[in-house]
Design a protein around this ligand. Sequence first.
Ligand SMILES: [Fe+2]
Ligand SMILES: [Fe+2]
Length: 183
Amino acid sequence: MLANAREALETTIALEKESMALYARLAKLFAAEPKLQDFWFGMARDEARHVGALDLVWTVLDLEDKLDAPGPISLEDSAIVKLRELLARFHREARPGLRIERALEMALEVEETELEDLVADLLKAVQAPDEYERCLRLLVHDLGELGYMIEHNCQDSSLLARCDALCDRHAEALRHFTVRQAS
Ligand SMILES: [Fe+2]
Ligand SMILES: [Fe+2]
């Protein structure tokens, strides 16, 4: 288990950077098709923003001497290991000749992991409501784009349904949050 805020942030930031690097790599692989390149680059940029939000949290907790306080979130070591392995496997798979259908499936698989929930939970736990809301908005936006790309590049309705379900789940969390903030 992650013992404290420092470990939780370090681990999550490292994993987010890995997903950013994966999307940046895909942007390069599909550079011949501007629409696809833009899409992948947008995904990479939003991961960079998640990293930025977590860096900010780090800085604030550090100023308050709270980095070594007991963990704000909990995540099993096994889940972290699984995430690392998944990202490493996809990095190896992201080579010239990779088909767009497979690349989109990989992206969905990354987004379906606990990683973004981890980011959101961290932002919530350290009471960064604005960052939390922005993070969820980025997620919903990205998943909308991913769904559009799946719809137009893959003949796979189950993949699209998975993406829609994930998008709906985050949209619902966002809606609950904004309703609660307003009341
Ligand atoms: Fe992220
Ligand atoms: Fe993501």
